[in-house]
Design a protein around this ligand. Structure first.
Ligand code: HEM
Ligand code: HEM
Length: 176
């Protein structure tokens, strides 16, 4: 019997994969809302709120992952492919952390702060400074491009394992 991920790891993987993809689409949608449009602030606050919830899920996943060893990649896989998968996964975890932290930090260096689900104002703990805001916002936007590239590579690799299922890689992450 091939070693596989546990049910918790599988649940967290697909829940966060879906949430992150939706959040990226949401972020891109923010870019096309015209400046000054009345619902713009409410929609941006909704992105901030969903982003914080996803961020908490990610922190939980990372803590869980650091305390639970995943199944080793099969020896039958070429060494370069195993190394590439490991590097890709580490970078994916890094982007998962940087995205919410950079977005949240940027928001605290603006007078708007975060209005959680447009109901509870979390008063900003930083000063209202455009340069510091731009720094963290730049990190948020810049990391989003790296993240999308890594997800594309990751998904293509998974698709390759679906077409050539020699090592049973995709099955390890499926709930069947
Ligand atoms: C997993 C979490 C998150 C993801 C994947 C994500 C993703 C994105 C993406 C893709 C964009 C569009 C970038 C562009 O091309 O310009 C964006 C914009 C933005 N995000 Fe997030 N985000 C996340 C969490 C957060 C959080 C927690 C906050 C704040 C509390 C936040 C605040 C913003 C703001 C204010 C913008 C607009 C930036 C601008 O256009 O200047 N995001 N986000
Ligand atoms: C729909 C697209 C996706 C597919 C088909 C997919 C598939 C997989 C598969 C099959 C594995 C297991 C690899 C192994 O056996 O070692 C895996 C692991 C992983 N995936 Fe995805 N994935 C997708 C989307 C995502 C997204 C969007 C993220 C990031 C938010 C992500 C992050 C990860 C991470 C970090 C691992 C390593 C898990 C660990 O060992 O801790 N995946 N993925």
């Amino acid at each position: 019997m091939q070693e596989r991920y546990t049910r918790t790891a599988i649940l967290l993987h697909w829940l966060i994969a879906a949430a992150v993809l939706a959040q990226i689409a949401f972020g891109w949608y923010l870019e096309i809302i015209p400046l000054g449009a009345p619902p713009r602030a409410a929609i941006i606050n909704f992105h901030k709120s969903t982003g914080l919830v996803i961020g908490l899920l990610i922190v939980f996943r990372l803590a869980w992952r650091l305390t639970h060893t995943p199944p080793p990649l099969p020896e039958s896989m070429p060494a370069w492919e195993r190394s590439a998968a490991r590097v890709n996964h580490v970078l994916l975890y890094a982007c998962m952390l940087i995205m919410p932290i950079a977005g949240y930090t940027a928001s605290n260096f603006s007078k708007y702060g975060v209005k959680l689900f447009n109901a509870v104002l979390l008063p900003p703990w930083g000063v209202d400074d455009r340069d510091i805001y731009a720094l963290f916002n730049g990190l948020h936007v810049g990391t989003s491009y790296v993240f999308v590239t890594l997800i594309a590579i990751h998904t293509l690799a998974a698709a390759k394992h679906m077409v050539f299922p020699r090592h049973g890689i995709l099955r390890r992450m499926l709930p069947l």
